[in-house]
Design a protein around this ligand. Sequence first.
Ligand SMILES: Cc1cc2nc3c(=O)[nH]c(=O)nc-3n(C[C@H](O)[C@H](O)[C@H](O)COP(=O)(O)OP(=O)(O)OC[C@H]3O[C@@H](n4cnc5c(N)ncnc54)[C@H](O)[C@@H]3O)c2cc1C
Length: 247
Amino acid sequence: MAQWIQGTVVDNIHRTENLFSLRIDAAVDDFTAGQFTSLAIDIDGERVARPYSYLSSPGQRPLEFFCYTATDGLLSNALVKLDSGDQLWIKQQPTGFFVLREIPVADELWMLGTGTGIAPYISILNTSEPWDRFQHIVLVQAVRTQADLLYQEMIKTFESKYPDQFSFQAYVSREPVPGTITGRVPASIENGSLEASVGRQLNTELSHIMLCGNPDMVKDTVIVLKGRGFRKHRRRTPGHITVESFW
Ligand SMILES: Cc1cc2nc3c(=O)[nH]c(=O)nc-3n(C[C@H](O)[C@H](O)[C@H](O)COP(=O)(O)OP(=O)(O)OC[C@H]3O[C@@H](n4cnc5c(N)ncnc54)[C@H](O)[C@@H]3O)c2cc1C
């Protein structure tokens, strides 16, 4: 059984009204990019724990998590208040199968995320493995407002380091922002606007698609992709779609 260990907050960067980056020092076990752990705080004598994906890559310190403050959310409203030097609990052992070793052979990797669902992709893209394995990588970051388009500097470093191997597409649902797609991910796959914008076609022979974040996006995108002949990937029945829902 996974053990709780103490972590110390290095810093807590409040990026928007409801998004923050929590950086922690803790002697956790090695993890694989794309995995998650659990964070917890004892509130009124009870340990309140929730899963959080690593945004930092294996070996990187401090550990980093990209967090959303959920309305009335018990843990996230406590985490957002933490300051440098404060303590919290973290599971020593990592969990999860949203990792590249679970992805079958493919030429192209499409990484589609909403909100904080971009965290595991950043962890993966900051390792060498995806760049060694895939001919092309498409990263999609779908958010509500322009201010929510965070970690752009990091994404720009992928663009400049891998100009022919990497495409990035932002979606902003609540305001028109030049260069972004307005609207939802499933609709844009259905009407072809994502593929038109990145200049590549999703292809059942070549593409593997990872979906992460909002469960409605995950569910509806799977439905649209199934309509185009893609299948969910399982170890026993290989397919094209790998998912991680955040709630
Ligand atoms: C495998 C996994 C990995 C996760 N990784 C992250 C992560 O890296 N960053 C992160 O912020 N959360 C992540 N979550 C969600 C996280 O575990 C918590 O649910 C969330 O932080 C809110 O906790 P809470 O106690 O404040 O509210 P909860 O009672 O857990 O949630 C209340 C409601 O808030 C909404 N909500 C929860 N999480 C989010 C979110 N991330 N974005 C928008 N709305 C949300 C949902 O409507 C949910 O029903 C992950 C969940 C899973 C299952």
